[in-house]
Design a protein around this ligand. Structure first.
Ligand code: FE2
Ligand code: FE2
Length: 323
């Protein structure tokens, strides 16, 4: 993949990044070799404690996104030539429609929330997150077009009535999806399911999700901490409903997939696992998800929170033999 390097105006000075942040970002970039080191290893420059809910905590989790922005451009990704067998394997993956829809919906909900926030620091970082989701969708679109893999009609994404609740639903959904995607991606790499050139192309996309979910859990903790008791209880309830809804929809889709024996296209997780993880035990897969989850976030400031929901659930399942 061709990388370019952000110019000096990049990083914390992303103020003003609007709904069309990707376009504005593009115009801020200059063509030069890109150094991916901060993309994987980044710390907030101010030392000392980062108390949850403090202004420095907010600046740190926002700069986690803005300082580590990777300016790859979907339009110039050189898609590798695939053998007939590799192409057939890629085309047979049953989750492309869903993956495109997830990115489109995430982008809309994040931007919807960002445009309604009074805090410009968080709004700018969240706009960047939304722009990255749009870019994920573009990468997928370009890849499917290049390999002539047919995509069904894209759904119409409606803005949520409660912008924050929409963002919470997407954020917790990303925490679940990304945790498994980390393991699936590594499995696809090590098993040769994806050819190395394609793995390399998608690597920054997967790492972007690690940054996104770290940003999200820190946002939730920051927001929570700054609310009074009653509003905090209301916020907690919204989080719980969002989490329950995300799990329920995935369990529902898993049951549906099993019932229809892989004929539905909509199940991102189980369909992906069934296709890529053939021959791996569930336990091996879950262990890989845990280790990849840790590895992908290990290089970021240790004072920031990490998503713990999925690692804890899966660690418990492993401990008590449910996997
Ligand atoms: Fe994404
Ligand atoms: Fe994301």
């Amino acid at each position: 993949m061709a990388y370019t390097k952000p110019n000096e105006a990049h990083g914390p000075r992303l103020a003003g990044l609007g709904p069309r942040g990707d376009v504005e970002l593009d115009s801020m970039l200059e063509m030069a070799p890109y150094d991916p080191t901060p993309y994987y290893n980044w710390s907030f420059p101010d030392r000392g404690r980062l108390e949850i809910g403090s202004a420095s905590h907010r600046d740190a989790f926002c700069r986690l996104l803005t300082d580590t922005y990777n300016p790859y451009k979907p339009a110039v990704i050189p898609w590798p030539t695939l053998s007939a067998e590799e192409l057939a394997r890629l085309a047979a993956l049953p989750f492309w429609d869903t993956a495109v829809a997830i990115e489109g919906r995430a982008s809309l909900r994040m931007q919807w929330q960002a445009d309604r926030l009074d805090d410009r620091v968080i709004a700018d970082a969240l706009s960047l997150n939304a722009a990255e989701e749009r870019r994920h969708k573009e990468v997928l679109h370009n890849m499917l077009t290049f390999y002539r893999i047919e995509l069904g009609p894209e759904p119409v994404y409606l803005p949520p009535r409660d912008p924050e609740f929409g963002f919470l639903r997407t954020g917790f959904g990303e925490c679940i999806n990304s945790f498994f995607a980390f393991g699936l991606f590594d499995m696809a790499r090590s098993s040769g399911f994806f050819p190395p050139a394609l793995v390399e192309t998608f690597e920054p996309v997967i790492q972007e999700e690690a940054r996104h979910i770290m940003f999200f859990v820190n946002y939730v903790a920051y927001r929570r901490k700054r609310l009074g008791l009653l509003k905090r209880l209301w916020f907690d309830l919204k989080c719980l409903i969002a989490i329950a809804e995300q799990f329920a929809s995935r369990i529902g889709m898993a049951i549906e997939t099993r019932r229809r024996r892989g004929k539905v296209k909509s199940n991102f997780l189980t369909a992906g696992a069934n296709s890529v993880a053939k021959g791996f035990s569930k336990r091996t897969f879950f262990q890989l998800c845990l280790s990849e989850n840790d590895r992908r976030m290990a290089g970021y400031d240790a004072r920031l929170l990490r998503p713990m929901m999925m690692p804890r659930i899966v660690a418990l399942m492993l401990k008590f033999g449910r996997a």
